[in-house]
Write a protein that binds this ligand. Structure first.
Ligand SMILES: Nc1ncnc2c1ncn2[C@@H]1O[C@H](COP(=O)(O)OP(=O)(O)O)[C@@H](O)[C@H]1O
Ligand SMILES: [Mg+2]
Length: 429
């Protein structure tokens, strides 16, 4: 679908920049100076300085610009200086060159000066590019000392620190997920052991591979119906390996910053890579990556291309392992699917597993009876089973209150009785 080409005149641009950039510039701990915006004849000039930056950050600046601008090129590069040019119309015809958006970075030992200029009107992507660049530099200026958690939280992610959770008394381990033996084994093999014992995996690789290549996974797909334990499993991996889990509900990245989602996604990856090691969990990845031939909007296509680049590109050298979760693998773009080293399928629990799950939520029931109950609950996910047990408990407790009976756990027969009552067999998926 063709996106409407909208341009803004320089007065409108100035007003928007002042408002948007002003909000960031005044945020606490901004690492960039408040931009100076000057209108000179037909040209708008924006100048600001960020803290000291190094080559890697400069590359990330290019990534940010690349996520908004279609055509750009480096027009000049030398030690401490880089200039980019993005013509508003494709092609590098000299006659459009004059109207190009120009961005110049001058690196000093303690700061970086950024000078942006543009003649004539400005398009929304150009505006977003400048806005994104400013936001990135003001948040990342001090990346060596900055806590990535702060940035990620601002972007709508949640960061679980397993060490902090353990201190709070939250015990997360494989035992939290009943059953799923073969899934656990696959996860140990693909994520946990390579992270915990990299030397063994690397040395085996040295003996087998003609050319050096690591066999540590970079991207794994968790596939399965809602409520089968995908998110819980990501938390377990984080706890087992003692590395932070960055939880990103993709839907919120899509809706929270309308029109800026691709920049946000790029920033989520960049900020996560500031951790020496972390798990980046992209939940409901299908909401962002519908098939390309579905007549996807331009914005979504841009987002997908950022994701594809981030999953292979120079991410390889960072300690980020991406886990994508989906219950609609068939809807994923094939290019995206190919970026995952492995797909791990979480099936619905079988009868034996349901009996084990029941042991976690109805431990008073005898094994034999749990198996009988499990037969009745076939087709439910772990979450459905937990919810069913919760509802039985609420009903039982209410009856205890009403009848003024002493406290005791609901008996097996009560679970069966509840199952027969229509409406209690809640399936919330
Ligand atoms: N195998 C299981 N054993 C114990 N609890 C489970 C199991 N599977 C799911 N649950 C329960 O269901 C809840 C939801 O699971 P979740 O990890 O959010 O599923 P998903 O991410 O696949 O939708 C968990 O918090 C847990 O209480
Ligand atoms: Mg989930």
């Amino acid at each position: 679908m063709e996106q409407e080409k909208k341009t803004l005149d320089i007065l409108q641009v100035k007003e928007i920049l002042l408002k948007q950039i002003g909000t960031i510039a005044h945020e606490e701990r901004s690492n960039a100076t408040i931009p100076e915006i000057v209108l000179s004849q037909e040209e708008i000039q924006i100048t600001f300085a960020s803290g000291k930056i190094h080559g890697e950050i400069l590359l990330q600046c290019i990534e940010i610009l690349n996520s908004s601008l279609e055509n750009w090129r480096i027009s000049s590069i030398e030690t401490g200086y880089m200039a980019l040019q993005a013509p508003s119309i494709s092609g590098y015809d000299a006659k459009y060159g004059l109207d190009s958006l120009r961005i110049r970075f001058t690196l000093y030992p303690s700061k970086c000066n950024v000078f942006v200029s543009k003649r004539g009107e400005m398009s929304t992507p150009e505006l977003l590019a400048i806005f994104g660049l400013y936001r990135f530099l003001s948040s990342l200026g001090n990346s060596e000392t900055k806590n990535p958690t702060d940035i990620l939280v601002k972007l709508g992610a949640t960061v679980y620190d397993p060490i902090e959770e353990e201190l709070k008394g939250e015990k997360m381990g494989f035992e939290r997920i009943a059953g799923y033996k073969s899934v656990k084994r696959e996860i140990e093999e693909t994520i946990i052991y390579p992270l915990k014992h990299p030397e063994v995996f690397d040395n085996v690789s040295l003996l087998t591979k003609k050319y050096v290549s690591k066999n540590k996974p970079r991207a794994i797909l968790f596939e399965g119906s809602p409520g089968v334990g995908k998110t819980t499993m990501a938390k377990v991996v984080s706890a087992e390996c003692k590395i932070p889990l960055v939880y990103v509900p993709v839907e919120s990245i899509l809706s929270k910053y309308y029109g800026e989602s691709s920049q946000n996604l790029a920033m989520v990856f960049d900020s996560a890579s500031l951790f020496p090691n972390c798990l980046l969990f992209l939940d409901e990845i299908d909401s962002l990556a519908g098939r390309r031939d579905d007549g996807m909007f331009d914005a979504n296509r841009k987002l997908l291309s950022v994701l594809l680049r981030k999953l292979d590109g120079f991410e390889a050298k960072t300690g980020t392992i991406t886990i994508g979760a989906t219950n609609r693998k068939g809807d994923l773009d094939s290019a995206l699917l190919s970026r995952f080293d492995k797909s791990i399928y979480f099936p619905l629990p079988n009868q034996e597993e349901i009996a084990e799950i029941l042991h976690a939520y109805a431990l008073q029931i005898e094994m034999e009876d749990r198996k009988t109950l499990a037969q009745e609950l076939l087709g439910m996910s772990g979450r459905n089973i937990r919810d069913f047990c919760d509802s039985v408990e609420r009903r039982w407790s209410t009856e205890l209150v009403i009848s003024n009976h002493p406290i005791q756990a609901p008996p097996f027969s009560f679970y069966l009785e509840c199952l027969k009552i229509r409406g209690l067999k809640i399936i919330d998926s």
